[in-house]
Design a binder for this molecule. Sequence first.
Ligand code: FMN
Length: 346
Amino acid sequence: MHANTVIGPRGLPISFQVRDLRVEPGLVLAPMEGVTDLAFRRLVRAMGPVGMTWTEFVPGEGIARGEERWLRMAAFDPDERPVVVQVYGRRPEVLAEAARLMQDQGCSAIDINMGCPSKKVCAHSGGSALMKEPQLVAEIVRAVRAAVQVPLLVKMRAGFDHQARNAPEIAWIAQEEGAEAVTVHWRTRADLFSGQRELETIAAVVDRLRVPVIGNGDVVDVQSAESMLRQTGCDGLMVGRGAMRNPWIFVQLAAWLRGEPLPRIDSAQRHQALLRYLDSCQEQFSQSSRGRHGDPDRATLGRLKQLCKHFLDDESDGGEARTAVLRSETLAEARSRVAECFAPAS
Ligand SMILES: Cc1cc2nc3c(=O)[nH]c(=O)nc-3n(C[C@H](O)[C@H](O)[C@H](O)COP(=O)(O)O)c2cc1C
């Protein structure tokens, strides 16, 4: 565990520090392309404090060329603090330029993606493919480190495949070149989004590094948070899909870590949150309607369906309401299906 990590009443970390940046609570929202846009991050932050939020990843090449579409994707609210912009790519000088431009926009920290499993990203040797090229990792981190003054983070998987769970080595290289925190998702690239939970590799990263380590992968409730923290000794937790199911997860886990009772969220609060998200999405897409999103209602419908796959998981009718929302053809139809989900049973 890192020296500046604060331990709470349960003997588990409640906050940590990335150089001079305090992350409190030590619970952060994962970057998720197509999900963690401004509207989603506003939704999560409206529920209570989140240690840090990440933008969706953006290509270093597109940012360095100043392309409007990617700049918009990396945008954040002035009061969204601390906020991390994540870049991906393989050319050190391009990533350095992109990081410098994002620093000029006022982000709190830069993160380099070394975990994305997508063929499109790996084909250009960005994302998790970088885990096979330690020398290039060193060059990228060195170049980006030299280009920015804000804290620098790196996010990776446990390895590229089961034979090469080399996160401890890659994370150490990143640290030696100037990365000030590392996030590790327990899956390898070969696991994609399934696989058997394996926390030893994250524990080995924690053992090897001086800088804080953020544990990631299937943290969805108190039990999964506690086992990740106890079994790995990591300094903080990153939550992705768990926040789509339950945007209050940060508030709940923070309360639990402080030894307080878990805030309970009722169905009316969940309904209100979903409606607020819908309005925020529509506003976001209306403002960029001449951009790549086209019709704002269609774009909002897409995001709503994406969220509801997880958000409505817990509703009590065996998934029928969720299916109805997912089958909706228009936003108006989806809104009425959502209202039915939360209507009191007669
Ligand atoms: C829809 C989706 C999009 C994602 N996009 C990104 C991304 O842009 N950058 C990144 O580093 N990881 C991305 N991830 C991976 C997550 O950040 C996280 O590492 C992974 O989902 C495991 O955490 P979880 O089990 O809490 O969801 C994405 C995951 C999902 C499900």
